[in-house]
Ligand binder design. Structure first.
Ligand code: CA
Ligand code: CA
Ligand code: CA
Ligand code: CA
Length: 478
């Protein structure tokens, strides 16, 4: 799908970049004023604030932390009625899952005739799409045999020995490391894809079998994880994270690791799984000194002059930037990045702010019709009570996913009127509800996880309320 459509989006972003290329000079002027101010401090500002205000420079970073997108346990061999290991050559596990371009696959299954060895893809995972097309066929060459670094190699305490799943000395090398890069004589790993349903099927087959004296192979129940960033299960050369991978590698028990990935808070909102795969559009950061964010107000319709519709529907940050700069006459900057930011990437902003001001920011949740990520309307206090500037990731806690109320919603990442796929800007039916509101529910069609609810619309990774796990916001005072 969609490669050409993504190109449209990138093209659009480049157009925006060209339109705004004169901003660098404006930025330089502001910086010069700042340095003059610092050399010759003037008396307290009164009626005409502009040149006299003491400015603090903040670096604001909105990181796209989308990573773990789904986790599944596999435990029952194909055509078997009970969960169990696979000792016989030719038998296999079969796991169905849904995924969209940008997704990587990792899994782990134990090699029983070992102390703590497991089969898993290369640390960055297997990309499930290449050039927008699903990857299918034999992917065994991307699967290695790994040592989890928890139990010392000793044939008498192998898991296949009586009591071996409980016995064994600590490994004298505690890092996760490669045992073998060619596992094709042990297992075969194949991917299938169904165009109609969008589901992949992963088959992990025992090739050698337990009876092969030269290479006895038994594989066990394990876990499949769909992710967007590298090193989902472990980092090569680092110690096991202690989250349950060793339970798979030593005992063939995927339960603890599955629990870790799929943990929720009391309301059922995920603590770690991201709701969606999305990129973030170039955004705007701004500062204000009133009670409420002057750019948008939750519970009211978007102000047509504010540029909210354009930023939320099309990822166009130019109109909002101009509105804040020229109409509201408040400090505003566009992100330094002029292209969409995928998982692991960041939007960065450098903004000069008068003491006492609050921070606002806005970036599109690109795989939507009119959703944007922004701080709550109260704004983030950039300064402590004594006027000292703040630094840290605290702003993440009150960052939420909003619906701009300007375009009707289609399933995330699946709508032909959404920015990456639409024929042009401002394409799509009007929203039934024209008020700006938190997105309190996402129906995950991309991965088939179903309804994901977060009453507040929380987007910070690791938020104790659970939520969508999409971003981290970092503020750093210079
Ligand atoms: Ca070991
Ligand atoms: Ca053992
Ligand atoms: Ca909407
Ligand atoms: Ca649209």
């Amino acid at each position: 799908m969609k490669k050409s459509q993504l190109k449209v989006l990138f093209g659009m972003m480049i157009a925006i970049m060209v339109l705004s290329s004169c901003d660098d000079e404006e930025q330089a002027v502001i910086e010069n004023e700042d340095s003059i101010t610092q050399k010759e401090p003037e008396t307290e500002a009164e009626a005409e604030p502009e040149p006299e205000l003491e400015l603090t420079t903040f670096n604001v970073t909105i990181t796209n932390v989308v990573n773990y997108l789904d986790a599944k346990v596999f435990n029952t061999p194909h055509n078997a009625s009970e969960p169990g290991p696979i000792p016989d050559a030719g038998c296999f596990y079969s796991i169905d899952f849904k995924a969209v371009p940008g997704t990587k696959l990792s899994f782990a299954t134990m090699s029983v005739v070992s102390n703590d060895w497991f089969f898993a893809p290369i640390a960055e995972g297997i990309s499930l799409f290449e050039d927008g097309y699903p990857v299918t066929g034999d992917v065994t060459s991307k699967v290695y045999l790994w040592d989890v670094g928890v139990e010392e190699e000793d044939p008498s305490t192998r898991t296949s020995e009586p009591g071996g799943a409980e016995a064994g000395d600590p490994d004298d090398d505690d890092t996760v490391r490669i045992v073998e890069t060619d596992v094709s004589s042990s297992i075969k790993v194949v991917l299938y894809y169904d165009e109609m349903t969008g589901y992949f099927t992963l088959k992990i087959k025992n090739i050698s079998g337990a009876d092969n004296d030269d290479n006895p192979i038994v594989i066990t129940p394990g876990i499949v994880v769909l992710h967007a960033q590298d090193n989902a299960l472990f980092t090569k050369g680092e110690a096991d994270r202690g989250l349950g991978l060793a339970k798979i590698a030593i005992q063939g028990n995927p339960g603890p690791l599955y629990e870790w990935f799929t943990a929720t808070c009391d309301t059922g909102a995920p603590l770690r799984l991201s709701s969606s795969f999305t990129v973030l559009a170039p955004g705007v950061a701004y500062a204000f000194d009133g009670e409420k964010d002057p750019v948008f107000e939750e519970g009211k319709a978007a102000d047509p002059a504010s540029g909210l519709e354009q930023i939320a529907e099309d990822g166009n940050n130019g109109i909002m930037f101009d509105y804040i700069t020229n109409d509201l006459m408040l400090p505003a900057v566009k992100s330094n990045e002029t292209m969409p930011i995928g998982p692991g990437g960041s939007l960065t902003f450098t903004i000069d702010v008068p003491v006492g001001y609050k921070l606002g920011y806005n970036t599109m949740f690109v795989f939507s019709n009119d959703w944007f990520i922004a701080h709550a309307n109260s704004g983030y206090d950039l300064f402590n009570g004594n006027g000292s500037p703040k630094s840290g990731i605290e702003a993440t806690e009150e960052t939420y996913l909003f619906d701009a109320g300007t375009e009707v919603d289609q399933p995330v990442g699946m709508g032909m009127d959404q920015a990456p796929f639409q024929s042009g800007p401002n394409t799509g039916a009007d929203d039934d509800d024209t008020l700006i509101r938190r997105v309190s529910e996402i129906d995950d069609v991309q991965f088939g996880k179903g309804q994901i609810s977060s009453a507040p619309g929380a987007v910070g990774y690791g938020d104790l309320r659970g939520g969508y796990n999409l971003v981290k916001v970092t503020v750093e005072a210079n």
